[in-house]
Design a protein. Structure first.
Lengths: 216, 967
């Protein structure tokens, strides 16, 4: 009776098994890469909004301070999205008939809120507080990027937990003088390694990495 | 789907409604596992849904998103006010705290005030006007009402009847007075099923007039409770508990303590706390009080032949030694003669004006409400009532059974009911009108001492609803005014009416109004004290009922559901009753001896028969109850309460008669077949000789202050294999003073409200899946025939060497840098190892999707600073970490450390007796650090060397040596 299998069959079978295992690992690895990709995490993806609001124009062009619209950023966990009334402070005079601003005027007329799409979406179990970061010398652009160069706003970092922890573990690498927190033109100075350490001491910045710092 | 598990494991048998099926094949198991893995993988590949931000168009004044606002108002609990500060997030009230300025609160809250915010959002509240079981509208009602009123007005109100609950609100009272003045032939009736009927009659008997009584327990050294649960129930219980604990605070060498005697027919939280407790049948109380009075008159010698000589003698001598510094408190449901005797005892002991205060009645009109209701019912039956306006209350459900209110109501040609719920009464009235909740509207209310709070709305009415004063205004004038206009007009009109009066001048009135609303009370509005003449003690016939044989059936308002009005509040339904620890049910309580005599077992359904009426309910054996006494609580067995309240428990109003509101003797009892499972959260109430809750006489502490460390030695610091933690910043800890805890359970509800803790329902409680992060354990102690009770609030201990942390395979529970035992929901995979390894059993596993994620109203109550947990995760007390982090951020924004007392955990804030202290243990000047240095301080289960951050101060009691000798 002839042998049912070629002598190479064992080898081929082992290779197939190995290949299947490696393939499975590869598929999972690729899935992981996709899940963490900027595309999937919506990093640097401009988000459509009901009003084509341009930070590039308002911040970069006109030079508005962040706090003119985001009024509660220094005292609240939430930086606040400006009420329609704040938009109308200027837009009752400027661009008062422009069709681009019509949704704002409509909101003001009807009393119905503008429904903005949230750009920085944290999971529900993460509790972020703006006021303390501002107070400890974390600049707006450190997390929000160069908003003065964003025609439509996008999410600048990938917003992973490791990204948060990087700063929580090494605040000296990112902290800046309080006077520069709201500056969009601030550039990390060459002596950040010494300046950072000095500011960490001066602002009593603690490296908070307990889970309940953010999760509760 | 075919069943999954073969056989019937003990687990499967625990919950009768449990969904674990009982058969499975290997193949089926793999199918399900494979499908679950695929689904989980698939679910992980989706992006979270896009979220939206909806800013204000015109932001309200001083509103910053993310920063809560606090408003002073009052929770109106059974008609009386407890001053509260309501936390609101973007216009949604989420949490109720006490108002430190308010006399009934002093910063703490009662259970019912805490739970009131859930009533506001109750999805079963009535939302529309109903006319003959069809949805209608306010416009339709108003035009129909004006037509109905035309003939009534023509006859000056003949045939018009108002039925309300006890009216205490001054502005509502004035509005009713205006109606009665405009329509002099109209009549007004009041009825509260569980109101102070006996107190009214007792006051009338003793003083010849109606007076309001309250107690100043901070001045009392000796307190005698005659069937009163004053520490845990009643409109002033928060204040009473505070004052009571104030005189029991043993610190260092200060060992002065007050002494509490309790004589009870049914064991209550107050009785369990008492230094001496005796069980007495309801009918024996007048004789006991009379014997006590006789003994007081005879210098402490009990009258000859007194059954109670052993007690009465030492008690009388103790009271006599503390004249003017003692208080005798009758239970609200005790008979009028006991109330009158207590007045006589208190005045003769010189307590009146000192520990016992009398004022004019709080209510606008005091009357015999039963007589008033009886008159109304007979008029309804005779056809004399053509238009009945029921403003609040639920008489069809809770009127005495012999009056047949429902039958009489059917004969009324036109009836209108205003209420929060379309309840049993609304089913029989022609119109039902939705009422505003007191957090939605303007109003006023009085506290136990008369202090007036202006209620301000925290939110616009959720539904189209109106307040009673607005409906009354329809009778008076057109166009009709809003609640606010009526309220302001009333207080403008009372410019010169004595204490707490508003100024007349316009500008002054405005600033007075703003201050009164903002403070949460009108300054100086407490009713002035009156000094009544020596109270007349009623004659107690010497044979009075003590020889009466047969079973006595005692009705009591439920501690949480009260007369049934809170039946649809899920927090209250699931809150374990103070002593029995029952949830979701009432029961037929009797003591073990009575049960044995009647051959009854726990949970056996019995039929109680009296006067041709009967009711069925399950037996619950309650040690500490008086012999041959059956106690049942009112408020259950609702049929139109809503999805929560319907069908829970049994209705005892159907055997309650108008001539015996609180007790009937000679009840027949018979077994009625099946048993009914009752859901208790604690079934083992013996400590089995382990020193879990340490309670000793204060005399022992005086002679041997270190006794606790001998009972409960702390292990040495280096007796561990694990590394030590060091804390450079804060080190959070909690100390619980067991002497102060009175088992009122306000902390449990406060925790539930603060931390978005879901309710699980009766079936899940039966499976021991209750979710309360904080529980109050109760243990019986002493003589099994007449036990005392020990109470211990058990939150997470935040162990230094936490057993849970060691066994978590995914690091979902870890130690924080400031001494907390963190629980990370998003890491938890639900192995439940931590809970198995927790010696304190404080971890709660979320077995099913208990939180309601879909009902819009309930979403509004949720605390936005705390994650709403999904199923499959472990949860537990976090020491209110959201409050810690907020205080940390707030203090760091101001570049300072957190001050002592700046953080109050929710349980601590609600606690009336300040039994719970929380703070940083690293600062030795802090209160919590000072308490932990007290010699009474001990760790629960210290021998396990878990080094809990929550420690206890052993309970001290102050028994009377003379009485101890007797027993």
């Amino acid at each position: 009776m002839p042998e049912p299998f070629h002598p190479l069959a064992n080898t081929i079978f082992k290779l197939v098994l190995l290949g299947a295992g490696a393939g499975l690992v590869a598929v999972l690895w690729i899935a992981y890469l996709v899940a963490r990709s900027p595309w999937e995490m919506l990093q640097q993806v401009p988000r459509e909004q009901p009003v084509a609001f341009s930070h590039k124009h308002h911040v970069g062009g006109l030079g508005l301070d962040c706090r003119y619209c985001h009024v509660s950023v220094e005292v609240s966990s939430f930086a606040d999205i400006p009420p329609t009334a704040i938009c109308m402070n200027c837009h009752s005079q400027m661009w008062a008939v422009a069709p681009e601003v019509e949704p704002v005027r409509a909101s003001y007329r009807t009393g119905r809120s503008i429904q903005w799409t949230k750009v920085y979406e944290l999971p529900e179990y993460v509790y972020f507080d703006h006021s303390i970061h501002i107070h400890k010398g974390v600049g707006c652009t450190t997390c929000h990027g160069q908003v003065d160069d964003m025609p439509l706003t996008w999410q600048s970092p990938r917003l992973t937990m490791s990204w948060c922890l990087d700063c929580h573990r090494h605040p000296d690498r990112y902290v800046r003088p309080r006077s520069e927190v709201f500056s969009v033109t601030y550039k990390t100075p060459p002596d950040q390694s010494t300046l950072g350490k000095q500011l960490v001491r001066e602002y009593q910045i603690r490296s908070l990495t307990s889970c309940s710092t953010c999760h509760r | 789907m075919p069943p999954l598990i073969t056989g019937s494991s003990p687990l499967v048998r625990i919950g009768e409604e449990d969904q674990l099926p009982d058969q499975a094949t290997r193949r089926r198991f793999f199918e399900l596992m494979g499908a679950s893995t695929a689904l989980i993988t698939g679910a992980g590949c989706t992006r979270p849904p896009t979220e939206f931000l909806m800013p204000y168009v015109q932001p309200p004044e001083k509103t910053l998103p993310g920063v809560p606002k606090y408003y002073a108002t009052a929770a109106v609990v059974n008609g009386l006010a407890q001053g509260v500060i309501a936390e609101t997030h973007l216009g949604r009230p989420t949490k109720i705290e006490g108002n430190p300025r308010h006399p009934a609160s002093l910063g703490a809250t009662g259970v019912l005030s805490q739970a009131s915010v859930l009533d506001l959002y109750d999805p079963d509240r009535s939302k529309v006007v109903i006319y003959r079981e069809q949805a209608s509208s306010w416009d339709a009602f108003i035009s129909a009402f004006q037509q109905l009123l035309a003939p009534v007005r023509a006859t000056h109100g003949r045939g018009l009847r108002l039925l309300t609950e006890t009216v205490i609100s001054p502005s509502t009272g004035a509005q009713i007075a205006d109606v009665l003045a405009a329509l002099p032939e109209a009549r007004w009736h009041q009825y509260d099923p569980a109101g102070p009927h006996s107190a009214r009659a007792g006051s009338l008997a003793a003083f010849g007039r109606y007076l309001n009584t309250y107690y100043r327990l901070d001045r009392a050294r000796v307190i005698l409770s005659l069937d009163s649960d004053f520490l845990a129930c009643g409109p002033a219980s928060t204040r009473y508990a505070h004052d009571f604990a104030l005189r029991r605070r043993v610190r260092g060498s200060n060992t002065a303590m007050n002494r509490l005697y309790a004589v009870e027919s049914h064991m209550t939280a107050t009785g369990g706390k008492a230094d001496h407790r005796a069980a007495l049948r309801y009918s024996e109380f007048p004789q006991f009080a009379a014997d006590l009075a006789a003994a007081l008159g005879a210098g402490g010698a009990a009258p000859a032949g007194s059954k109670y000589a052993a007690w009465v003698g030492p008690l009388a001598r103790d009271l006599d030694a503390h004249r003017g510094a003692s208080a005798i408190i009758p239970g609200e449901h005790q008979s009028p003669s006991v109330h009158a005797l207590c007045h006589a005892l208190n005045t003769s002991l010189g307590n009146a004006g000192s520990t016992v205060a009398y004022t004019e009645p709080l209510e606008v009109r005091s009357e015999d409400q039963i007589a008033s209701l009886r008159e109304l019912v007979s008029d309804m039956e005779s056809g004399a009532v053509s238009l009945l306006l029921i403003l609040g209350g639920n008489p069809v459900y809770n009127a005495p059974a012999d009056l047949d209110f429902a039958g009489a109501l059917r004969r009324v040609p036109m009836s209108i009911k205003l209420g929060l719920h379309a309840d049993e009464t609304s089913r029989l009235t022609h119109w039902h009108l939705p009422e505003t909740h007191f957090y939605e509207d303007w109003g006023d209310a009085r506290a136990y001492d008369g202090t007036v709070t202006i209620l301000q709305p925290l939110i616009l009415p959720l539904y189209e609803s109106h307040s009673p004063v607005e409906v009354l205004d329809l009778l008076l004038r057109a166009p009709n005014r809003t609640s606010r206009e009526i309220l302001r007009a009333y207080w403008r009109g009372h410019a010169a009416s004595g204490g707490g009066a508003a100024p007349e001048n316009d500008g002054e009135f405005e600033s007075w109004w703003r201050k009164s609303v903002g403070d949460g009370l009108i300054a100086g509005s407490a009713l002035p004290e009156v000094t009544p003449a020596q109270a007349k003690a009623p004659e107690v016939p010497h044979t009075d009922s003590t020889v009466r044989s047969g079973l006595e059936l005692v009705f009591r308002p439920d501690p949480y559901i009260y007369d049934g009005r809170y039946a649809n509040n899920a927090w209250l339904q699931e809150l374990p009753k103070p002593i029995s620890k029952l949830t979701w049910d009432n029961a037929v309580h009797m003591n073990p001896r009575t049960a044995a005599r009647l051959h009854l077992e726990n949970q056996q359904v019995v039929e109680l028969k009296y006067g041709g009426r009967s009711v069925r309910g399950p037996v619950w054996i309650s040690p500490g109850d008086a012999d041959d006494t059956i106690t049942v609580s009112l408020g259950y067995g609702r049929t139109d309460a809503g999805v929560i309240g319907n069908g829970a428990g049994f209705d005892v109003y159907c055997v309650r008669a108008s001539d015996a509101l609180w007790c009937v003797a000679g009840v027949e009892i018979a077994t009625a077949g099946a048993s009914h499972r009752l859901a208790a959260t604690q079934t083992e109430k013996s400590m089995h000789d382990r020193p879990l809750v340490i309670s000793k006489p204060v005399a022992l502490y005086e002679s041997d202050p270190d006794f606790v460390s001998r009972i409960r030695p702390e292990p040495l610091l280096d007796e561990t294999l694990y590394p030590q933690w060091t804390y450079t910043g804060y080190n959070w800890g909690m100390a619980i003073d067991l002497t102060a805890c009175v088992n009122c359970n306000a902390c449990v509800i406060a925790c539930q409200a603060e931390n978005n803790i879901p309710v699980v329902g009766k079936a899940e409680v039966l499976s021991h899946r209750d979710m309360h992060w904080l529980r109050v354990d109760v243990y019986y102690t002493g003589n099994p025939d007449n036990p005392s009770a020990l109470y211990a609030p058990i939150p997470c201990m935040h162990c230094e060497q936490a057993p849970c942390e060691e066994v978590c395979p995914v690091q979902a529970t870890v130690h924080s840098s400031d001494g907390l035992n963190d629980m990370i929901y998003n890491r938890c995979v639900g192995t439940r190892y931590c809970s198995n390894n927790c010696p304190y059993k404080v971890r709660r596993f979320n077995w099913k999707l208990y939180a309601d994620w879909y009902t819009e109203q309930l979403k509004m109550q949720k605390n936005p600073d705390v994650t709403v947990r999904s199923r499959g995760v472990m949860e537990k007390c976090t020491y209110c970490v959201q409050r810690i982090r907020e205080a940390e951020i707030h203090s760091q924004d101001e570049d300072r450390y957190i001050r002592d007392g700046e953080i109050q955990t929710a349980c601590q804030q609600a606690c009336p007796t300040q039994a719970i202290r929380f703070g940083d243990m690293n600062n030795s000047a802090n209160q919590v650090a000072r308490l932990k240095r007290e010699k009474l301080n001990y760790s629960m289960l210290a021998e396990l060397n878990t080094r809990p951050h929550t420690t206890y101060l052993a309970e001290l009691r102050n028994p009377n040596p003379a009485l101890l000798e007797h027993s």
